[in-house]
Design a protein around this ligand. Structure first.
Ligand code: NAD
Length: 296
C-alpha cells in the first residue's frame, strides 16, 4: 500500500481562509475585530521566528495583532502585570505567552494568570479540566489541528483504535482527550511503555509526539493505518540540515493508508488553529455563535 499524503499545508490554508471569511463577517455585521496578543520574553531565536509568523498570519486573516516583546530578565511581577492588563483589554480576545519562558519565571503561574476565556493556547488549568470533562473549552492548537485533519480524512473516528505516543501536557494528553471525545479507544504510550512496537501495531490511528527523529519505523505501522507525525526534529544528513518527524516517513508510507509529512503536515495547522481559537474566543466573549468546523 502506498499512503495518501495528508497535506497539512493546503489544509491549513483552507482553515485560514475560513477564519478570514468569518472575521470579515464579524467585522461587517457586528463591528468586532478579533485581537491576538502574543507575549515573548527574551530572544530565543526559534521563538522569535514563531512569533513573527504568528503576527504575520494574524494580520493576513484580518485580525489585530499585538506583540509584546520583553527583556529576558523581566520580573514575574512585571509579566503578570502585563497579562492582567491584557486580560482587561476588550480589544484583546486571545493571549498567548510564548513558551519556553526564561528559567526564573514560573511557567504554571504565568499560564494560569491568563483569563481562561482568552487562553487561546488552551494550557490554563481550567481549560485542561473542561477538556478532560468533555465541556466546552479552549483546545491546545497542535492537537486541535491533528483532530481536524483526522476528521477531514475519516469523517467519523468512532470505534477506531488510536495510539498517542507521548504524554506531554501540550500535545500527548490533550490529543488523547480529543480522540476519546470522538469515541476512539485510546492508548497513551510513553518512554516507559513496554513493547511499544506491539502497542503501535494495534492502532488504526497513530499520533507520534515524542521529539526523537524517525523513531517509529514502518514495520510498527498496521497496514492501512493513519499516521499523524507531530515531531519536528532538526538533523544533519549528507552534510545538510534537515527537518524530520518522529516517524520514519519512507518506510511508514509503504504501509500506512494516510500519513502527514514533516515539514508540511501538522506544523502549519498549529498556527491556523491558533487563529481559529482567537476567532472562537472573540465570538464567545460577545455571546455570538461559534464558527462552524473550527472547534473541537
Ligand atoms: P515533550 O518532550 O514534552 O514530550 C515527549 C513525550 O515523549 C514524553 O511524554 C515522553 O514520555 C515521550 N517519550 C520520550 N521518549 C520516548 C520513547 N523512547 N518512547 C516512547 N515515548 C517516549 O515533547 P512535546 O512538547 O510533546 O513535543 C513532541 C514533539 O512534537 C517534538 O518534536 C516537538 O518539537 C513537536 N511539536 C510539534 C508541534 C507542531 O506544531 N507541529 C507542536 C508542539 C510540539
Amino acid at each position: 500500500m502506498v499512503a495518501q499524503v495528508i497535506d497539512g499545508k493546503a489544509f491549513a490554508a483552507k482553515v485560514r481562509a475560513q477564519v478570514a471569511d468569518q472575521v470579515a463577517k464579524l467585522k461587517e455585521e457586528n463591528g468586532i475585530t478579533p485581537g491576538l496578543a502574543v507575549v515573548l520574553v527574551g530572544e530565543d531565536p526559534a521563538s522569535q521566528v514563531y512569533v513573527r509568523s504568528k503576527g504575520k498570519m494574524t494580520v493576513e486573516v484580518g485580525m489585530n495583532s499585538y506583540e509584546h516583546k520583553l527583556d529576558v530578565d523581566t520580573s514575574e511581577e512585571d509579566l503578570l502585570a502585563l497579562i492582567d492588563k491584557l486580560n482587561n483589554d476588550p480589544a484583546v480576545h486571545g493571549i498567548l505567552v510564548q513558551l519556553p519562558l526564561p528559567k526564573h519565571l514560573n511557567e504554571d503561574l504565568v499560564i494560569n494568570s491568563i483569563d481562561p476565556a482568552k487562553d487561546v493556547d488552551g494550557f490554563h488549568i481550567s481549560n485542561v479540566g473542561l477538556l478532560g470533562t468533555g465541556q466546552k473549552s479552549m483546545v491546545p492548537c497542535t492537537p486541535l489541528g491533528c483532530l481536524m485533519m483526522l476528521r477531514d480524512h475519516h469523517g467519523s473516528l468512532s470505534g477506531m483504535d488510536a495510539v498517542v505516543i507521548g504524554r506531554s501536557n501540550i500535545v500527548g494528553k490533550p490529543m488523547a482527550q480529543l480522540l476519546l471525545g470522538d469515541s476512539c479507544t485510546v492508548t497513551i504510550a510513553h518512554s516507559r511503555t513496554k513493547d511499544l512496537p506491539d502497542v503501535v501495531r494495534r492502532a488504526d490511528i497513530v499520533v507520534a509526539a515524542v521529539g526523537r527523529p524517525e523513531m517509529v519505523p514502518g514495520d510498527w505501522i498496521k497496514e492501512g493505518a493513519t499516521v499523524i507525525d507531530v515531531g519536528i526534529n532538526r538533523i544533519e544528513r549528507d552534510g545538510k540540515n534537515k527537518l524530520v518527524g518522529d516517524v520514519d516517513y519512507a518506510s511508514a508510507a509503504e504501509r500506512a493508508g494516510a500519513i502527514t509529512p514533516v515539514p508540511g503536515g501538522v506544523g502549519p495547522m498549529t498556527i491556523a488553529c491558533l487563529l481559529a481559537n482567537t476567532l472562537t474566543a472573540a465570538c464567545r466573549s460577545n455571546g455570538l455563535p461559534e464558527p462552524e468546523g473550527l472547534t473541537a
